[in-house]
Design a protein around this ligand. Structure first.
Ligand SMILES: Cc1cc2nc3c(=O)[nH]c(=O)nc-3n(C[C@H](O)[C@H](O)[C@H](O)COP(=O)(O)OP(=O)(O)OC[C@H]3O[C@@H](n4cnc5c(N)ncnc54)[C@H](O)[C@@H]3O)c2cc1C
Length: 461
């Protein structure tokens, strides 16, 4: 599937946003909506912090040492002086910079406050995750639990204290978010016993399955949905298996309570999606399809991942557009099998993919063609220009609907969040052109506020 016409359309939209125009034929002066630059919504403090983090992220000479420092500090064996939890100066520096840029808060009060601030900027809802997770260290070939306060030695018979701590933290997370928000579930956060099962491609212990049932029921009662994160390939077979079980059980009312995450960079993903469509079709449940490109390229087996970025981009766009056209593999299309119920969630910072998907969605709605509900998500502290440009499409199209945009944030102590922060830094290191674009957009916004240049001239740099 080629994206060319969509890309052209996307560029037109971008141009029209900058020119304060709308889609289609030129409008009369009276009907041209007055659009503010997308980043104009950011409070100045947030803009300045974003600029600082973006300046570091877009400069390898600053980013690589910062990444080394973060990795060094993430080792729990460091003494009090280098402990992010015990050294107040270190804690304050990290908190005011990287932590507040990417994370929601260390406790309930901080988290609720920062989620509220995001919603006030026009974000439809929050995707909140509890930071505890397990990272697979390919140097030692071992799973490294991050922020687990309990030792494996404490595991007694069938009862695992790590699963219990994860259950409690997750239920607390559900209580922090509101109706219409999402809970993002990182299953590896349940620790080594759960990881062992995922590693073997098996369902986890009864204790973990009971915890998942409790989490699903609490989420359903509070009218929040669940996005189960995709993780390292070492755990992913088991994670996808348990998520399919949950979708089977809970996605029964014509919409998805639970979404599985599909990593487009994996060569095997189209086959997995077809298998899950098959299950949804046969068993009559809604498939929750959260699509990402994939965040573990640095640690996962390279041969499993597409050879080039372009191949990953094509895979992402094919799946997103296939779902929106209700045509994937043997499902949908003129001679295909009936397309099952699917709810789509596009998680990405890639403007081309997201604008093209929304444009296709809108075209299909306007032409009364079948499609699936779609929502969009970016990470907290990243690609604000993408998020707010998407939100502005409502005014560009002047049709009152517009894309539903969510920001995904993490909460937890500084130590629990370090692995997450390191992944964000690695992602920025590997996305040179995106981080440069973000930095340019932020600088343009600062210049605009200082009155140095008009939005149009600065944004077109
Ligand atoms: C809301 C949200 C939730 C997320 N949840 C998850 C999750 O559950 N699991 C997960 O794994 N990730 C998750 N991610 C991260 C995601 O997978 C990507 O790593 C990240 O968003 C960057 O990809 P992009 O789509 O934004 O676009 P881009 O920046 O255009 O693409 C970068 C991505 O392209 C791929 N890529 C880069 N170089 C190559 C290459 N040489 N060959 C092949 N592929 C390449 C990699 O996947 C890389 O991350 C999430 C992202 C968001 C925004």
């Amino acid at each position: 599937m080629t994206l060319k016409p969509m890309q052209i359309r996307y560029k037109v939209i971008q141009h029209q946003i900058r020119c304060n125009s709308t889609i289609g034929a030129p409008l009369s002066k009276a009907s041209v909506p007055t659009l503010r630059p997308p980043l104009a919504v950011l409070p100045t403090g947030t803009l300045l912090r974003s600029l600082l983090v973006s300046a570091i992220s877009s400069n390898r000479h600053l980013l690589l040492p910062s990444l080394s420092i973060l990795s060094y500090l993430s080792d729990p064996r460091r003494g009090a002086l280098l402990s992010v939890d015990r050294n107040p100066v270190l804690h304050a520096i990290l908190k005011k910079t990287f932590y507040e840029q990417f994370c929601a808060g260390e406790n309930a009060t901080e988290t609720k406050k920062s989620m509220e601030k995001l919603k006030q900027l026009g974000i439809r809802g929050i995707i909140l995750t509890y930071a505890r997770e397990t990272v697979f260290d390919h140097k030692t070939n071992k799973a490294q639990p991050q922020g687990h306060i309990l030792d494996e030695k404490n595991i007694d018979g069938n009862y695992c204290p790590n699963i219990e701590a994860w259950r409690k933290g997750t239920l607390e997370t559900i209580d922090l978010i509101s109706e219409g928000d999402y809970l993002a579930l990182k299953l590896s956060g349940a620790g080594p016993v759960a990881i062992e099962a995922f590693n073997a491609g098996e369902l986890p212990s009864q204790q973990m399955m009971d915890a998942l049932d409790e989490i699903c029921i609490r989420s359903r009662n509070r009218k929040v949905q669940i996005l189960v994160d995709a993780e390292s390939q070492h755990f992913q077979r088991g994670i996808a298996r348990v998520t399919l079980e949950l979708m089977r059980k809970y996605n029964r009312e014509g919409h998805a309570l639970v979404y599985n995450t599909y990593q487009a960079y994996l060569k095997s993903t189209p086959k997995l999606i077809e298998e899950h469509l098959e299950a949804a079709s046969k068993e009559g449940f809604t498939l929750g399809l959260k699509l990402v490109r994939g965040a573990y390229i640095a640690s996962d087996e390279r041969a499993l991942i597409h050879d080039t970025k372009l191949d990953t981009d094509n895979a992402y766009n094919n799946i997103a557009q296939g779902a929106l056209k209700q045509h994937i593999g043997n499902f949908g299309g003129a001679d295909g099998r009936p397309f099952p119920s699917v709810n789509l969630f596009l998680a990405s910072h890639n403007k081309e993919s997201l604008f093209a998907a929304y444009e296709l969605y809108r075209q299909r709605l306007n032409s009364n063609l079948p499609t699936v509900p779609v929502r969009f998500g970016q990470l907290h502290g990243m690609s604000d220009e993408v998020s707010f440009s998407l939100i502005q499409l409502k005014d560009v199209y002047n049709d009152n609907v517009g894309p539903e945009v969510y920001k995904c944030s993490t909460w937890g102590s500084m130590r629990e969040c370090l692995a997450y922060l390191i992944r964000r830094a690695i992602e920025n290191r590997d996305a040179v052109s995106r981080t440069n674009d973000e930095y340019s957009a932020l600088k343009a916004e600062l210049r605009r506020r200082l009155g140095f240049s008009s939005w149009f001239s600065s944004a077109s740099h």
